[in-house]
Design a protein. Structure first.
Length: 317
């Protein structure tokens, strides 16, 4: 029997996309509008659910999904999907991790250079006397999280002559551009010697507010702090402490807590901060990579093959 896959519509899909997928994937692909009531009507007979918005995916969807075997989201962040009933279920969950590595790694480098070379101060028309710019050569970069983003950040920054040390809960590949690798709980022992910290880890129970007041206080004076993964990795209240935020050469945040960040938020008033409003995942190629993975996984699902990018729902990534 053919699999029934419910695919949420997107303006980027060509005409008759559902019929095209049904033919090439050997399944019944049904497109549905981005509307919760429409999803609830169709979910009862669906075996797969693809690209359901986070705001719709909840217990009600799950209760009505009598035959659901697989859920896929195009994004890398999954924390908002992981409620208890879904975690405990046997439903396979896949996501778009690794795919956003190139553009987010580029963005992280952009934030670092904007700070290290005083570019953000010139861009905002700051008339104060600037501190002398710094070189990245021979500086130490600590990357927290070594997935698709962290690896590419390491690769790029090594070409700047930086010493790269990484922190991850998983064993990392032995690559020539990583000098030292540690477990996540070793971060506090090394944080005081790191010149540039890049947060690229998923948001889990163990990483939420990882950069709390205690850890931020241990960070090196005139270091650079970058976050391109999830805003809640950094304790915003602690970061707003003047003694803490003033120690940094600069802070580059693509993600914040809260996210989106209100225009009147105190974080925006810090003189040494760059905030880019969660735009690092956008590029000229990211949608194509996401669509290709989606099609590949629909094909695999409909033909009983192993899926790509399976999420460990208990670990949270």
């Amino acid at each position: 029997m053919k699999k029934n896959v419910l695919l949420i519509e997107s303006p980027s899909y060509p005409k008759n996309f559902g019929n095209h997928l049904s033919k090439i994937c050997n399944g019944n692909i049904v497109l549905v509008k981005e509307n919760k009531n429409e999803i609830l009507k169709k979910i009862k007979t669906a075996n797969g659910l693809v690209n359901c918005p986070r705001r719709f995916f909840d217990k009600e969807i799950l209760l009505n999904a009598n035959y659901l075997e697989w859920v896929h989201t195009g994004g890398a962040g999954v924390e908002e999907y992981l409620f208890n009933e879904f975690i405990r279920s046997n439903i396979i969950f896949t996501n778009g991790r690794i795919l956003q590595g190139p553009e987010i790694a580029d963005h992280a480098i952009g934030l670092i250079l904007s700070i290290s070379r005083n570019i953000y101060l010139y861009a905002r028309g700051d008339k104060n006397k600037f501190k002398r710019p710094i070189e990245l050569n021979n500086k130490i970069c600590g990357i927290v999280g070594l997935g698709g983003i962290g690896l590419l950040v390491a690769e790029r920054l090594k070409t700047f002559g930086m010493k790269i040390i990484t922190f991850s809960e998983e064993l990392s590949p032995m690559t020539s551009f990583i000098d030292e690798s540690y477990r996540g709980n070793d971060l506090k022992q090394h944080i005081s010697k790191i010149d540039v910290v890049v947060c690229a880890a998923p948001l889990t129970k163990s990483t939420k507010n990882l950069f709390n007041k205690s850890l931020l206080k241990k960070m090196k004076k005139q270091s650079i702090l970058i976050n391109v993964s999830r805003g809640s990795l950094i304790d915003t209240k602690a970061l707003l402490n003047t003694k803490i935020n003033s120690k940094f050469l600069g802070i580059g945040l693509d993600v914040t807590d809260p996210d989106p960040l209100p225009n009147s938020h105190k974080l925006r008033k810090l003189k040494n901060i760059v905030i880019t409003n969660h735009t690092s995942g956008l590029s000229d190629n990211n949608r194509l990579r996401s669509k290709n993975l989606m099609i590949e996984n629909i094909k695999r699902f409909c033909n009983g093959m192993n899926l790509l990018n399976i999420v460990d729902k208990k670990k949270g990534y």
